[in-house]
Design a protein around this ligand. Structure first.
Ligand SMILES: [Fe+2]
Length: 368
């Protein structure tokens, strides 16, 4: 496949499904992007899509339809504050039966937590079924709908890192559930989305979202306390410099330490009203440099094995000064992707680790 800027997508076939921030299908894999769908993607502020043809391979771990289900649940959750009656109206009787059978809960008591847990369990199944254990972050994002995409992206990252670290099935499911809800109360602070920095008072106010989210979620039936605890602790930092409690090291639970890394990586690589997105390698370096400072070194080590430094389809510059395009990645080899470079007028796919001059130095185009 190819990574294609939305401006150039018309007339090309979609290689992967594209969903909006509510989990609604925008373009199905295999369908050709028409002028109307390109306009819709632009309206959603989705910067790029994957199109058919080309050499790049993306290890997405999760089915796009599964992450779309998470977007749908969370969108409804934010609208209703987690009231249980509303969510079930969005599903067929057969789907509700699946939730009942998964949660072993009666239909009268079925609530958001059970639906979230069900889809978190589907995500875990997809992690286990994936032959490759690294995660190309092929997420779609839009500036307008940052919160919902960010929630699901963070949950996806947490799931694969947690599973690769050897957490139990139940722990991974609760980690995905909690990670999807970490910023559930961020909507209270509208100034966060303004095109400016925050003053000290606003920063202080905004930091209340961890406690506010925890207080709101802990009272919702069906959400495990282990998941709710992640919301409370996702801004704690390894060196004690975080909030709300300033906890240190092992006083912060492992799932919350994983969520801290995933939250920062996804947030940094997202376009926000008040700043341009960082390239994936810049965010990756930030996490790496803060190992043992802001972040748990064990979590950072697994993050670096699992999340490649360079994204497939991105343009990079090599030590030789030549430009190349990232083609594919591998688990445990984050800094040496396969790349394609021009050689004697012809393009050739090589391993960027083969010769010193072919080492990737930095990303120069990521279409974010
Ligand atoms: Fe947060």
């Amino acid at each position: 496949m190819e990574k294609t800027a939305v401006d150039n997508a018309a007339g090309r076939a979609a290689a992967l499904d594209v969903y909006d921030f509510k989990g609604g299908m925008l373009v199905k894999a295999g369908a050709v992007f028409k002028a109307g769908s390109v306009e819709r993607l632009k309206k959603e502020e989705i910067p790029f899509v994957y199109t058919a043809g080309g050499d790049i391979s993306v290890n997405a771990i999760y089915n796009a339809s599964t992450t779309a289900e998470m977007l749908k649940v969370l969108w409804n959750f934010m609208k209703t504050g987690g009231e249980k009656a509303d969510i079930l109206k969005c599903y067929s009787i057969d789907q509700v039966k699946q939730f009942i059978s998964y949660s072993r809960e009666s239909s009268a008591k079925l609530a958001y937590g059970h639906v979230l847990g069900f889809f978190a369990a589907v995500m875990l199944k997809e992690i286990k079924n994936s032959v490759e254990k690294y995660y190309d972050f092929y997420d779609y994002r839009s500036r307008e709908s940052y919160n919902n995409y960010h929630a699901v992206n963070t949950a996806c990252l947490c799931g694969i890192i947690g599973a690769n670290m050897g957490l139990s099935d139940g722990e991974v499911i609760d980690l995905i559930t909690g990670a999807a809800l970490i910023d559930i109360k961020m909507g209270l602070y509208e100034f966060v989305n303004e095109n400016r920095g925050l003053n000290a008072l606003e920063k202080e106010e905004m930091s209340g979202h961890a406690m506010a989210g925890f207080e709101a979620i802990r009272g919702i039936y069906g959400i495990p306390s282990r998941a709710a605890a992640i919301i409370l602790r996702h801004h704690e930092r390894f060196n004690g410099g975080g909030y709300p409690k300033g906890l240190k090291n092992s006083d912060i639970t492992i799932p919350a330490r994983i969520a801290a890394v995933a939250d920062v990586y996804d947030s940094m690589t997202s376009r926000r009203p008040f700043r341009a997105p960082f390239y994936p390698d810049e965010a990756w370096e930030h996490i790496s440099k803060n190992s043992g400072v802001l972040f748990d070194p064990d979590v950072v080590s697994e993050f670096k094995r699992t999340v490649p430094k360079y994204s497939p389809g991105d343009r990079v510059v090599l030590a030789s000064g030549k430009n190349a395009v990232v083609i594919s990645n591998a688990y445990g080899c984050p800094e040496t992707p396969e790349i394609v470079i021009e050689k004697n007028g012809q393009s050739a796919i090589i391993s960027s680790g083969e010769e010193a001059k072919n080492y990737v130095v930095k990303t120069i185009l990521s279409m974010r």
